[in-house]
Design a protein around this ligand. Sequence first.
Ligand code: GLN
Length: 274
Amino acid sequence: MTPQSPAGASVPSNDAGHPPLSFGHELPPEDSPAPSKGTIRVVQLYPRDMNIYGDWGNALVLAQRLRWHGYTPELLEYNVGDEFPAKVDLIVGGGGQDSGQLVIQDDLLSRESVLKELAENGTPMLVICGLYQLFGKFFKTRTGSVIPGIGILDVETHGTDQRLIGNVSVSSPEFGTVLGYENHSGQTTLGPGVSALGTAAKGTGNNSNDGQEGARYRNIVASYLHGSLLPKNPALADFLIRTAVERKYGSFSPGAPDDSYAILAREHAARRPR
Ligand code: GLN
């Protein structure tokens, strides 16, 4: 478990004037002098091995939106072999190659009970692609090896020779239009214990048969969408934040997030071809 840089640390800019989005793992700079309404501990699962197509951006968005809402983010990362952090308020996990999934599989299985307990207790979680698959029952890869999952989600995934790649637009009853990018060979089928995140209006989503994308169970949002997902989908980010804050503090008082970049990103993503 590695603590991130302390709140308020300055983040070096690159030539474009933006903070680096690489493995620097710096938090965005503090920009509100108001007293904090409370601290939310966000744990990112396996960022070393499961973090492709910008999935780390989801953690950055949660940190920044927590600040905009007046709360203090505490961003921790959990990698293979680490001690599992206590008092977790929110969990986020990314996608990975089949090889990355093989690297984490034993450690993930050893964390099955703590993650199950957190999930059943209603801890908000966002799991993307490779971790979505391994939060399910299993992922049988294209070459026939079975990577067991931790079975929190009633889903199973079978690798195929077809890679599902491209931009995706999802109609979600809870979150409206969800926009992102998919790249996976595994095809996931939902069991009766979960519902879909939504229906794919553009792109494929869970599999090439039923038009569904992602899964919902308790306060878990599972999705195939990278991009990263949360910068373009603030409604989803705020669901995770609101749920985490309400569980910890009883009620959530929203701040005034700056959605201007999210709106631009959504307009741009919606215009992209498949
Ligand atoms: N390795 C998995 C697959 O190809 C997950 C890929 C991903 O996380 N993008 O299905």
